[in-house]
Design a binder for this molecule. Structure first.
Ligand code: GLP
Length: 641
């Protein structure tokens, strides 16, 4: 690691290098890497060097560890380094937290998680591993927590604590309200936190209500702190923790007091930091049309005036005066340019308008009709992200193919499979049906499998297959609300999903093969995708990566050079106004129809239904910029690699 530039080093050696003007809004040193793999590789290499240095001195290295999907690539990298010879025999670990009430062998216990993801693959002695015990009797929890603190001290204190960040801004499980000097203790989990864990536990009702966590004070005592965050879902909270006021509402903001705390994030998670979101506020920028448009749409929102009403003073007041000064344009000219740009994103013809002048339209007029491939990672994503647009594409005569990348069977509740099996048994018992021995046996084996695996166990193939069929029915129903026929819907059933569980998916070559075939077979003129900015461990992001790799591999196929790719946002956070390159308006009826399609899924949550709120918000934003007033808008952005 000696070749690395000191300012790029993650872990402090002595004191941290000075920050640039651009970073002056950030109260915590922040390193941005292209993606989680690159960041994790660097961190693992630095940690490995420190472990080995201590080995040479005959000393131990005390590492504080975190769970969640965020540190997984880091653990993967440590395992790889171990396979190359790095030993963990002098490493002592302390985990941040554990759900209260979960047995160690529960599939979602952090004990199990840490063994699956790291400990079982390296040579760390079992007695050097410490994870809070979620099974301690209630009356003993207090003393137990004090002893956990003591053990950390006796080990010599934490050399490094690895952290993720929850949507509430928590580190460990230090939910809003956690004091800066709090120590290891029992805590009640926030509603948002439980919701975020709902998929892991197959439903929010199954998520434990409390946990044991190291306190903020415990964490701050570590010599070095590295908080990692990946994906656009973390962008808002990263900014709040780093640039906001230090507050117990966001426990990660307490890292502002620590001399050796670093945020190590990917570019999607960095997007809301001032230096990236409003770069003109931190230094000179090159005012190309895209940058101007970005500043103007932002300014309009800040001042609360439509674009065409902005005057020179407004630019100055909000720190964007440099735009006018350096381009020597009057506000009026800049406003008009930006207004037209936004105006031209609006189209009722998402597949292009045949026989029309398309010089200012987001999509080309020809060919017509177009072959359009809509990719949806899980069954609900396409309906959430572009249900209205799907309907329009179909109505406007295009050849639409809606392809579900994964089966989505993890979204189907046990009770749905159980009910299905019971119906078969009841039908078989009914007078009218005879000779259903095989069917009865099948139904019984489903019922047995469900009871054997228990509430949180992994579904055996038989059950997953049935759940997959159940969700297929819901999908066809939802697609028909959007005007699609069953033959326009296909299921790719990517293998990675069938083998995995949420946060534990791993793609393989066979995923790529399936995706490639789907592309080559369709030869689309337009592809709609999502997941490009998602949490890298999510189903959406992995499905996207599989697509992106397959896209590379079909580079030589002739249809590809004329194929355009539009990204939509399903469950991931939406686009910023300046990022939108196509805005498809929806009437109140169309919006209603979209909501109806989302409701077709038994697993639909309030969060899923709030897609309509987001579509209304985009329309309201466009309205405020001075565009026509629509009920709702679905937004898209061109993707190219
Ligand atoms: C849980 C853990 C945290 C973790 C957070 C974020 O709440 N207790 O330590 O940082 O989840 O999880 P993820 O990394 O999966 O986004």
């Amino acid at each position: 690691m000696s070749s690395i530039d000191e300012s790029e080093r993650i872990l402090a050696t002595t004191s941290h290098p000075a920050r640039s003007q651009q970073e002056r809004f950030e109260k915590i040193r922040t390193l941005v890497r292209k993606n989680s793999d690159e960041a994790s590789r660097q961190l693992a290499a630095e940690v490995a060097a420190l472990i080995e240095k201590r080995q040479a001195e005959g000393k131990s290295y005390v590492l504080g560890l975190a769970t969640g999907s965020t540190p997984v690539p880091f653990y993967r990298e440590l395992i790889r380094l171990h396979q190359e010879g790095l030993s963990f025999n002098n490493v002592v670990t302390f985990n941040l937290d554990e759900y209260y009430g979960l047995q160690r062998d529960h599939p979602e216990s952090y004990y199990r998680f840490m063994h699956d993801q790291l400990f079982d693959h390296v040579d760390i002695p079992a007695e050097q591993i410490h994870i809070p015990d979620g099974t301690v009797a209630m009356e003993e929890v207090y003393d137990y927590c004090l002893s956990y603190e003591r053990q950390i001290e006796e080990a010599g204190g934490l050399d490094l604590q690895i952290l993720g960040i929850g949507r509430t801004g928590h580190i460990g499980f230090n939910e809003p309200g956690s004091a800066m000097d709090s120590i290891t203790r029992m805590i009640t989990l926030d509603r948002v936190t439980r919701q975020d864990a709902a998929a892991d536990f197959m439903g929010v009702a199954n998520v434990p209500r409390s946990a044991i966590t190291m306190g903020v004070g415990t964490i701050l005592k570590a010599e070095n702190l590295v908080l990692m965050a990946w994906g656009s879902n973390k962008a808002e909270i990263v900014k709040e923790a780093s640039e906001g006021r230090m507050t117990d509402r966001v426990s990660a903001s307490f890292l502002q007091t620590h001399d050796h705390a670093v945020f190590l994030i990917d570019s999607a998670a960095s997007a809301h930091l001032t230096r990236f979101r409003h770069p003109w506020l931190v230094g000179p920028v090159s005012w190309d049309p895209a940058m101007k448009n970005r500043a103007v749409t932002w300014l309009s929102g800040e001042i609360g005036k439509p674009i065409l009403k902005l005057i020179d003073e407004d630019y100055n007041e909000k720190g964007a005066g440099e735009l006018l000064a350096s381009t020597s344009e009057a506000a009026y000219e800049v406003n008009i340019d930006s207004f037209n740009r936004v105006q031209h994103t609006i189209t009722g013809w998402p597949g292009g308008k045949p026989n029309a002048d398309d010089s200012n339209r987001p999509e080309r007029a020809s060919p017509f009709p177009k072959k359009i491939l809509v990719l949806s990672p899980e069954p609900m994503d396409a309906f959430i992200g572009m249900g209205g647009t799907l309907n329009r594409l179909k109505e406007q005569g295009h050849q639409v193919k809606l392809a579900f990348q994964t089966s989505g069977n993890l979204r189907v509740a046990d009770v749905a499979a159980l009910n299905f099996a019971r119906v078969i048994l009841e039908m078989a018992d009914a007078q009218s049906v005879s000779g259903w021995e095989d069917q009865k046996q099948y139904a019984q084996s489903i019922i047995n499998a469900l009871s054997e695996k228990g509430e949180f166990g992994v579904d055996p193939q038989l059950v997953r297959k049935l759940k997959g069929l159940i969700i297929r029915g819901e999908v066809r129903d939802a697609a028909s609300v959007c005007g699609l026929e069953p033959e326009e819907v296909t299921f790719l059933d990517l293998p990675f999903y069938e083998k995995g569980r949420y946060r534990r998916f791993q793609k393989t070559e066979s995923d790529l093969a399936v995706m490639k075939e789907a592309l080559s077979e369709t030869e689309p003129d337009i592809i709609y995708i999502t997941g490009e900015a998602g949490d890298p461990s999510s189903n959406q992001a992995i499905s996207f990566q599989v697509f992106a790799e397959a896209w590379e591999q079909v580079a030589h196929e002739p249809w590809r050079k004329d194929c355009r790719i539009w990204a939509y946002r399903g469950r991931d956070g939406g686009f910023e106004t300046h990022e939108i390159e196509m805005a498809v308006p929806m009437s109140p009826d169309q919006l209603e129809q979209k909501v109806e399609s989302i409701r077709k899924f038994m697993s639909t949550s309030d969060d899923d239904l709030s897609a309509s709120t987001r579509n209304r918000e985009i329309a309201a934003t466009y309205d405020a910029l001075g565009m026509a007033e629509y009920e709702a808008i679905e937004a898209f952005r061109r993707w190219s690699n």
